[in-house]
Design a binder for this molecule. Structure first.
Ligand SMILES: [Fe+2]
Ligand SMILES: [Fe+2]
Length: 297
């Protein structure tokens, strides 16, 4: 049997309490009434926390590349990639015995599904994809493991397909007929060992490694970034963590944007890549390497 009187005048306040997640038993105690009476008056009130629980959440599923040697690349913009830089990557990795590759976003350009209007009319999405599939196969023959995280250009696929993404399926299909293992993630972050974050950030700066160093200060890890098409390194404000810009495997001569888009006050794009080995980060960029040492001058 219920006891006490339901205080009608306080009902809005009591409904708000129940919505916030306070139990009917606790409300009954506060009012000095029975549990049954409080439950009867509040039975139709859903705590908002319950509704929030129905929303999706996104658990941490960040790909972690196990500690060990790994070539770090970004911004291939396939099919507008540079075969010279691919040869250099293979020559360096052969000499340094590196059998794992990270691609930190913008491996594919996907120009044909860009919302930017292209002036160039040669080629087609099918031809572009054929080159991309061939290059990916080549990488999976050379490397034992290829880790590929998404950049803003990979995201063009899901943007145009209303959230669907065919790139992982295409990747798996290619990997089936090559010896290397392909690991893809639609996140724009990967981890390398315990000390490095590999990022394709949303933020851009004209100053090489500035975004990477700022991110390093936030995450208390060394940070390697794609996206800016710069090459460089910079310590964070603490001086403990390193930020690097990865350069890119793009072919500058094939970038329509650079030739037909008018002038820019941004720095020139700098091709290059890095190799992580024995917990050291080694730079491979024209100003820093004599390519004769690798037979790829
Ligand atoms: Fe890019
Ligand atoms: Fe990008």
């Amino acid at each position: 049997m219920s006891t006490g009187v339901w205080p009608k005048e306080r009902e809005p306040e009591l409904i708000a309490m129940r919505q916030s997640g306070v139990t009917t038993r606790h409300i009954a105690e506060l009012l000095g009434i029975s549990d049954q009476l409080a439950s009867y008056h509040l039975k139709d009130v859903e705590p908002i926390t319950k509704m929030l629980d129905l929303l999706p959440d996104y658990p941490e599923e960040t790909v972690r590349i196990p500690e060990g040697p790994c070539a770090l690349t970004a911004d291939w913009h396939s099919p507008y990639l540079s075969m010279l830089w691919v040869r250099r990557l293979f020559a360096v990795c052969t000499k340094l015995k590196v059998k794992r590759l990270a691609i930190v976003g913008d491996f594919t350009d996907l120009a044909w599904i860009s919302h930017y209007i292209r002036k160039e009319t040669r080629g087609s999405s099918a031809e572009d994809m054929e080159i991309t599939v061939s290059v990916l196969g080549m990488l999976l023959d050379f490397f034992d493991e290829v880790y590929w995280s998404w950049g803003n250009h990979e995201n063009r696929m899901s943007n145009i397909l209303l959230g669907q993404d065919l790139l992982p399926v295409i990747g798996r299909a290619v990997a089936k007929s090559h010896k290397g293992r392909l690991i893809t993630t639609d996140q724009q972050t990967m981890l390398l060992g315990n000390d490095w974050r590999l990022e394709h950030p949303k933020t851009f700066s004209r100053d090489a490694a500035k975004v990477a160093a700022a991110a390093a200060a936030i995450f208390h890890k060394h940070v390697a970034c794609g996206h800016a098409h710069h090459f460089g390194m910079k310590y964070d404000v603490s001086g403990q963590y390193l930020g690097i810009d990865l350069g890119g495997m793009f072919d500058i001569g094939k970038q329509e944007y650079l030739h037909k888009g008018g002038i820019t006050v941004l720095p020139a794009w700098t091709p290059g890549f890095w190799v992580y080995k024995s917990k050291k980060m080694l730079p491979f960029e024209n100003a820093l390497v004599d390519w004769n040492d690798y037979g790829t001058a």
